[in-house]
Design a binder for this molecule. Structure first.
Ligand SMILES: [Zn+2]
Length: 132
């Protein structure tokens, strides 16, 4: 179940966007160490400059989301250079929260228009003070 967008109390238009949070997902995947090297043009020698860890085939898929929210988006997954695990941002919505707008109005313009009309009504309804 999700909560629908709030609607503006003045114009009745729905407004706002889902209030989401990003969580970092990390998981293990097969990797391998490869040597980095280059060939010296003068001597023809191959010189090893270091080692790096790369994916060994296709990476494992991210773990399933197990929370109570709704997955809005799975970000781009990549192999972390720090710990050689996969890492990805996952955007979650709680299914209820909305942000944006000028609650309970869709826009500041609507809020001001509402205030202006309310003021006009109040002014018109006020009994006139008759001077003696
Ligand atoms: Zn409005």
């Amino acid at each position: 179940m999700t909560t629908p967008k709030p609607t503006c109390v003045h114009c009745g238009q729905p407004y706002g966007r889902r209030a989401t949070t990003d969580e970092v997902v990390r998981w293990d995947t097969p990797t391998k160490e490869v040597e980095q090297f280059y060939t010296d043009r003068l001597t023809g020698q191959t010189i090893i400059t270091g080692k790096m860890v790369v994916l060994d085939g296709e990476p494992n898929p991210p773990p399933r989301y197990t929370g109570n929210g709704i997955v809005v988006k799975n970000g781009h997954a990549y192999l972390s250079g720090d710990n050689h695990r996969m890492v990805m941002y996952r955007t979650i919505w709680d299914g209820e929260s909305w942000v944006g707008g000028y609650e309970p109005f869709c826009t500041l313009r609507c809020a001001l228009d509402y205030a202006r009309k309310a003021y006009a009504r109040a002014t018109a309804a006020r009994p006139r003070v008759v001077s003696k």
